[in-house]
Design a protein around this ligand. Structure first.
Ligand code: UDX
Length: 479
């Protein structure tokens, strides 16, 4: 079934399902159209506040394993989209999961926070904690959600913080809820960090390597066990204190970011020393003390988590009078790495890019997502747009997002269009379709220079065909 037909059918099913039992009315407080569903008078096992990557994947996943879930957002546009079966985020498999669970009446979407909170046993805060101007996590959305929860606390509830928050946030959130709730309100606050990766978020949700629950309440743990069912049995369950859970999340992301920054520096050494980094990491991966994950060299880590979380941990350490020497260098090293492809470009083609056509392949921070937050492609484009080069760019899904940031780039509709008549191609994201370059490149009239920062092409083979090629950490194979 093609995408258009699938979307139309999906919208029809959702529309008929909801128009049967639902009504829309104007909210008294503002002009937003607020979704009011008769289902709101029923009880929910879980309500999730925030329909970003974390909230939406968690809510759909909990519905899939048999819970009755309502996902909430103050953005009525997002809720309207979701009620029409359209996901506001690009995540493989999410729309199928939403369709399945809205049809089976396990999953609902609403802007009505008050009623949904009142009618739920577990309330999960999954709002964004973006990096503030001072480098610290901006907790305003968390505090606002906490106040709304407090005001609507009509019975005992387990309140979970899923968002990534600095150490001690659980105390502040507990105080806000207590200060805003009716007298003698009863709740437990659980720190429940999330570890899913964009692009594989659904797989990660159903296949956790471990689960972390931060609380001192046995009652809350038992309720969460009944909600998370097998997901808590599938992998080790670590029950720790709230501040420990908060620290674990930053520690894991910052350690992985450190591992990548280390490998990238090693890759740069390998380039200068005539060594192949992939042979080095292959051996490192066999050492169980190191492990095989997050050893892939590249153009620097990006995304919504690693850069933000390392920066936030730097601030947390400073607040606790610890000098974050390693993490500061991780950030510095990553900033350098994000522009290393440009250094290689200038080395191969010269500094003057006037009348040169440069193609950027991959705009998202990694494959499987349209997220361009902190994407290395952004840093590269930022510098290229200042030159007089003709810039072409292609990404299977992230062009609309990047067009909003850089309008002067010539965005192409296909890989073929992007690589034709180009002087240099820089691969920045490991999209699988880019391996088609092996078939497409030999057909080109003009042979471009190829800089493969993601190590997805057989550069030796391309070199044999007369292409000038370069990589990160494998330059010895290109000379
Ligand atoms: C990360 C964490 O993995 C996840 O547990 C957390 O919940 C959110 O942050 P995500 O940002 O979605 O997930 O992507 P991830 O796959 O971890 O990659 C992060 C960045 O590191 C990307 O830019 C990726 O390209 C880069 N990376 C990853 C490498 O450069 N080398 C690697 O070996 C792995």
């Amino acid at each position: 079934m093609n995408q258009y037909l699938k979307k139309s059918l999906l919208s029809f099913i959702i529309f008929t399902t909801f128009s049967y039992e639902s009504a829309y009315q104007l909210s008294d407080n503002n002009n937003n159209i607020e979704f009011v569903d008769k289902e709101l008078s029923k009880n929910y096992d879980v309500c999730v506040i925030g329909t970003g990557y974390v909230g939406l994947v968690l809510g759909s996943g909990l519905a899939e394993i048999g819970n009755k879930v309502i996902c909430l957002d103050i953005d009525s546009n997002k809720i309207d989209l979701l009620n029409n079966g359209v996901s506001p985020i690009f995540e493989p498999g999410i729309e199928d999961l939403i369709l399945k669970n809205t049809t089976s009446r396990n999953l609902y979407f609403s802007c009505n926070l008050a009623d949904s909170i009142k009618n739920s046993q577990v309330v999960v805060i999954a709002v964004g904690t973006p990096q503030g101007p001072d480098g610290k996590a901006d907790l305003s959305a968390i505090y606002s959600a906490a106040e709304t929860i407090g005001k609507n606390l009509n019975s005992y509830k387990v309140i979970c913080i899923k968002s990534t928050v600095p150490i001690g946030t659980w105390q502040k959130v507990t105080k806000i809820i207590r200060d805003s709730c009716p007298e003698n309100c009863d709740f437990d606050l659980v720190s429940l960090p999330e570890f899913l990766r964009e692009g594989t978020a659904i797989y990660d949700s159903f296949n956790p390597s471990y689960n972390v629950v931060g609380t001192n309440s046995e009652k809350a743990v038992n309720i969460l066990k009944s909600i998370f069912k097998d997901l808590f049995n599938k992998a080790p369950l670590l029950i720790v204190s709230n501040p420990t859970a908060e620290t674990i999340k930053y520690s894991i992301n910052s350690f992985l970011a450190t591992k990548i920054a280390f490998i990238n520096e090693l890759a740069n050494l390998c380039d200068n020393a005539g060594v192949d980094i992939s042979e080095v990491t292959k051996c490192m991966a066999l050492d169980h003390r190191i492990g095989k994950e997050y050893l892939k060299q590249g153009p620097g880590f990006g995304g919504s988590c690693f850069p933000k979380d390392v920066q936030a941990l730097i601030k947390i350490m400073e607040e606790y009078n610890v000098e974050p020497k390693i993490l500061k260098s991780v950030m510095d090293s990553n900033e350098y790495q994000k522009r290393i492809a440009l250094k290689k470009l200038y080395h191969l083609i010269g500094q003057d890019l006037k009348n040169k056509t440069i193609t950027i392949l991959g705009l998202a921070f990694k494959s499987g997502t349209n997220d361009i937050r902190n994407s290395p492609a952004k840093d590269i484009l930022e510098e290229l747009v200042k030159s007089e080069a003709n810039i072409k760019a292609y990404d299977p899904v992230a062009i609309p997002e990047m067009r909003r940031v850089f309008s002067k780039v010539n965005y192409c509709n296909s890989l073929e269009e992007a690589i034709s008549n180009s002087d240099a191609i820089i691969i920045v994201t490991e999209w699988k379709e880019f391996t088609e370059l092996h078939d497409l490149l030999p057909k080109l009239d003009k042979k471009p220079i190829i800089i493969d920062t993601k190590d997805i092409l057989n550069l030796e083979h391309l070199k044999e065909q007369g292409f000038i090629v370069d990589s990160i950490g494998r330059s010895c194979k290109c000379k």
